[in-house]
Ligand binder design. Sequence first.
Ligand SMILES: [Zn+2]
Length: 149
Amino acid sequence: MSRRKTRPRTSPARPAEPAVTAESPCPCGLDAAYGACCGRFHTGTGGSAPTAELLMRSRYSAFVVRDEAYLLRSWAPETRPGEVDFDPGMRWTGLEIEAATDGTAFHQHGTVTFTARYVHGGEPGALHERSRFARHEGAWVYVDGDVGE
Ligand SMILES: [Zn+2]
């Protein structure tokens, strides 16, 4: 295999956004660094999220860091899309978990109600959803959700 000459890297046209590193505060809002929080689930070094709430948090963070592979593998096979379209104009700015039912080590199902805040094209907005989670081969996966307000 021969190496092609790579073109000099010009900085790609991306919105000025600080990249999330392992040391960054985790986007999910827990008081932990990304690498020790949702990042360990994204890389798999932390196994899979032990509760539906932690899975929800890790999926929110995956939208922030645009980790499509993680989003797809933490999606129930019945509802999993072929790919995840990340809207380049969308910047997620915060997550609040409002309620969680079941979804622990003792359950097969769980729900998490949350508000995810964003700025889209300069306009702030919020997504309010009650998400359903289930276990698939032992690991929590996202099934679907009811979007409200
Ligand atoms: Zn996190």
